[in-house]
Write a protein that binds this ligand. Structure first.
Ligand code: AMP
Ligand code: MG
Length: 522
């Protein structure tokens, strides 16, 4: 890989763990530990993204090389690099969890290409000092989910880590999928993912919790210098601006999640990137029937902390924890609190604009809040597929009457027979209001439809789609991974040849593990 330009800033500038043994422990006063990936026994490349490879400086031809397979499976270390696991802490499900760290992630190196910096990170390449009680490995199932979803999100325009490669390790991994005492062996896999950095809210929380304030200051300044170079001024002013920028990026990411119906599933503070990109694809899910209370994560089924409708509030709560972590550098709570308060107001306004764009309304009127609220309620009266509903909404014409409009979106209903009586009345009422609004002052039908189709995807990685790809891959058939990867590169295009993926969740997937229920165990 002759064009990979190694440029390690994180390890060159920040304090390393002096201890080189790969033993599980508390790692104090440092930000990372050097650790080599565990060698896989028989790696095999399943998929690689040419797009991401090109982005970091790897050619198409190089993807097929022995070198690529060896480096991105963890079998060999790139010359002039020293892999490392990052030390961070975090709040999990609202509780302080202390040191977490990269328990199954190993950063290979940072590279520079076209004036951009990228960290290349393996997930599932074996134990690190942060593996706690687990094995540091990842199974094929969860690796396919991470690999495909990150790329799907990217092409949807949602800020995210990218996926470079998906490689079978050739080793078996023991997992108890639902934590119910039924462990089974599964195929192991390693994903290489790519991001500007993998710095998390929890990276800063750890330093403050341990009162390592010199490291905290150094780390915040490091992050600003390399990732927010536009921030200038007095140190305290800079720290505040940094917090503001993280809050802004996080808010934009959540607006996008709500727009496409993505439920992260484990919004712990260790899974929140300071770049406002989606990281750590675990028990995530896609909203199928529009239900703000839905969470894909079985670990969270009691409290539903991370349900779809709660993601904005949780983001704010997580930012609160980041504010607490930055507080010792400022010794002033008020300016941080101001930013936190503004977060929710700004979110509401961005959310409204986003929702209006989904409706094809690109300017706002007084009655729009009511129109949005009514739609959110109506969508919940009977199971209604979010993606199909919004996509087909672009078919509606100003000259339609409510029954014609309902006809155009009715493919989104899971139980057509329920759309009767009061439910039908509610839909008729909503569409009458909507049609009136469309007639009042909006774009032409054609223009509106084109614009709506740029914000309302036709194809998302429905939970059952990922599961079908997983089931086939388990039998060594990787064609579905290829197909989904391809269709999800153009989620807003009609792609009639892939129409079969513009479909509601089939009945078998309703309660199947992996399709509607997932756990953190991956
Ligand atoms: P997650 O909720 O998946 O982000 O994981 C929370 C913490 O557990 C992180 O520190 C992970 O690195 C660690 N972890 C999760 N799965 C494993 C595993 N299989 N082996 C080691 N550590 C893990
Ligand atoms: Mg994580």
């Amino acid at each position: 890989m002759k064009n990979l330009r190694i440029n390690n800033r994180f390890t060159a500038e920040l304090p390393a763990d002096p201890e080189m043994t790969n033993e599980i422990r508390q790692v104090k006063n440092t930000l990372f530990s050097y650790v080599n990936p565990t060698k896989p026994s028989n790696p095999k490349l399943i998929h690689a993204s040419e797009d991401v490879a090109g982005m970091v400086g790897i050619s198409k031809e190089e993807i097929q090389s022995e070198d690529f397979l060896n480096v991105f499976s963890g079998k060999e270390v790139l010359p002039d690099t020293q892999p490392y696991a990052m030390c961070y802490a975090g709040h999990q499900f609202g509780n302080w969890a202390g040191q977490l760290g990269d328990g199954r992630a190993i950063n290979l190196t940072e590279v520079e290409n076209k004036n951009q910096f990228y960290t290349l990170q393996l997930k599932g390449a074996g134990k690190t000092p942060y593996s706690r009680t687990a094995d540091g490995l990842a199974v094929l199932r969860s690796s396919i989910r991470e690999y495909l979803c990150a790329e799907a999100m990217y092409h949807l325009g949602v800020p995210t880590t990218r996926s470079l490669s998906l490689i079978l390790s050739g080793d078996q991994v023991l997992r108890d999928i639902l934590y119910n005492g039924n462990p089974a062996y599964e195929k192991g896999a390693v994903v290489c993912r790519v991001a500007p950095s993998f710095i998390r809210f929890g990276s800063f929380e750890m330093l403050t919790a341990r009162n390592e304030l010199r490291n905290l200051k150094q780390f915040v300044e490091y992050t600003i210098k390399h990732y927010f170079p536009e921030i200038q001024g007095e140190p305290k002013e800079q720290y505040l601006q940094f917090f503001q920028k993280v809050a802004d990026a996080t808010r934009k990411m959540i607006v996008d999640w709500q727009r496409v119906g993505f439920v992260h599933g484990v919004m712990n503070t260790d899974n929140m990137s300071v770049h406002g990109i989606t990281i750590d694809y675990g028990p995530y899910g896609w909203l199928e029937d529009y239900d703000p209370n839905w969470t894909p994560n079985t670990t969270d089924s009691q409290n539903r902390r991370y349900q779809f409708g709660n993601q904005p509030q949780v983001a704010q709560w997580n930012l609160y924890q980041l504010a607490n972590a930055l507080y010792p550098l400022l010794n002033e709570a008020e300016p941080l609190e101001k930013i936190l308060e503004a977060f929710m107001n700004d979110f509401k306004s961005d959310y409204k604009n986003m929702f209006l764009s989904k409706l094809g309304l690109f300017t706002s009127t007084e009655t729009d809040d009511q129109l949005i609220e009514d739609l959110e309620t109506t969508l919940q009266l009977t199971e209604t597929d979010m993606t199909i509903f919004f996509r087909n909404l672009s078919l509606i014409e100003k000259s339609d009457f409510a029954p014609e409009a309902i006809e155009k979106i009715k493919h989104a209903f899971y139980k057509n027979e329920e759309v009767n009586g009061e439910i039908l009345e509610s839909w008729t009422k909503w569409f009458s209001d909507y049609l009136e609004r469309l007639k009042a002052k909006t774009l032409s039908d054609e223009e509106r439809s084109v614009k709506m189709n740029l914000v309302n995807p036709k194809y998302v990685l429905r939970n059952y789609m990922a599961q079908l790809a997983i089931d086939a891959a388990d039998k060594e058939d990787y064609s579905l991974i290829d197909e989904l990867y391809t269709v999800l590169q153009k989620p807003y295009d009609d792609q009639p040849e892939y129409e079969k993926w513009f479909a509601k969740r089939p009945d078998w997937a309703r309660t199947k593990v992996g399709c509607s229920m997932l756990s953190c165990s991956s």
